[in-house]
Write a protein that binds this ligand. Sequence first.
Ligand SMILES: *Cc1c(COP(=O)(O)O)cnc(C)c1O
Length: 470
Amino acid sequence: MTEKSNLSAIPSVDAVMAHLAERGLDAIQPRAIALRLVREILERERAAMLEGDECDGESAARARRRILADVEAEIIHSPARGLVPVINATGIVVHTNLGRAPLSEEAVAAVAEVARGYSNLEYDLLRGARGKRDYLVTDALCELTGAEDALVVNNNAAAVLLVLNTLAQGREVIVSRGELIEIGGSFRLPDVFERSGSRMVEVGTTNRTHLSDFRDAIRSSTGALLSAHWSNYSISGFVERVSLRELAALGTHFGIPVIHDLGSGILAEPAKLGLAGEMTVRESVSAGATVSTFSGDKILGGPQAGIAVGTASAIARMRANPLMRALRPGKLTLAALAATLQSYLRGEAETAVPVLASILIPLDALARRAEGMADSLASSLGDVARVSVVDLEGLVGGGAAPERVIPSIGLEIEPRGDVSTGFVKSAMLRQSPAVVARTHEDRIILDLRTVAESQDPAVIAALLSAFEEK
Ligand SMILES: *Cc1c(COP(=O)(O)O)cnc(C)c1O
């Protein structure tokens, strides 16, 4: 087969569009976007063939089939389609790549209701005058954390930036070397310091920092002391850290604010969630932090948001910072956050908030579902794969508590014959909805803790289609 005949196997744009219409795939993307994607693929194909890469030797008919299959996959799954739901079978409850916290029914309803029309976002219905969005969830946050005041911004990175800029611009912030963290998505504390206009002063060593290290570094130019959650890493062994309470006492003594970046905002009972020893927001406040910051969409289980709670004067200064205008959340975020906080206030969070509910699903409920699914898969897959119910270790995730595994149960699928695990895993990603699974050695692992029971049939269907594609 010559390169020339393969080049002629590349269908015309019109032919591809006609093929998509025939397959009923022409309405998935707006026509202009579909055309764009098709042209890109054909162009790429032409370039690859001219280079004569590994497709050399492929028959023209096969090349055409492959190109059409590529186009179909691209049309269905291109990011150009925007956000689409996926099924999370990874067992990582707060999965940043998969959108972190699923919202409660109440939060979803609140968003839909507010999204559809006008709202009191910045209008005080009591006084019939201009209001402020900053106050919409303040009472709930103060009630839940014991803080004097609270405000909401776009995410926790923004909350950290705002608090550093407000309390320590042009001044020094003392932080333990062991807490200079980088979390995913390039949030590096030292970089945030720089952008906030504060100067970072590292004290102690990676594994040991003493209170005296902080005390010795305090100068007239010190703007704040900072403690950050270790987030997605941990160290053990010969370790010493300064407790928040000690740090707060030192801050009070010298009249220097203490900032606590909690990472995950735990409002529930940590021990009940298997997170014994993790600090709640209320504990951070009562230990004496001047301002505590945390995410809305990690263990709290709400929308993407950054929340700062703290003393009335510190929060008032943050609110007055011009940066607040650039970092403020939108009405949909506030609607979802308010509804999520309501669930906590009503004592219903453990059942209503999906992140908590999924951490709390009992193992026997998972085992019952896994057995039912394994039976149905085994009879459909026959000799193609070995299916078994296995004990797994899930994760809370979201840089909340890296070593906290949640015992879980799921399915292990070991393809037999010529189907590879990698093929099945990517074929499952091409289903609608896509199913995101883990692999371990030559097996596909589906952790049911993060799969809603109502999604079980979709998981089975995706797995069967994935095997059929072969
Ligand atoms: C997750 C995390 C952040 C960033 O929070 P976002 O809401 O993702 O911006 C900052 N600090 C710590 C310790 C974290 O765990």
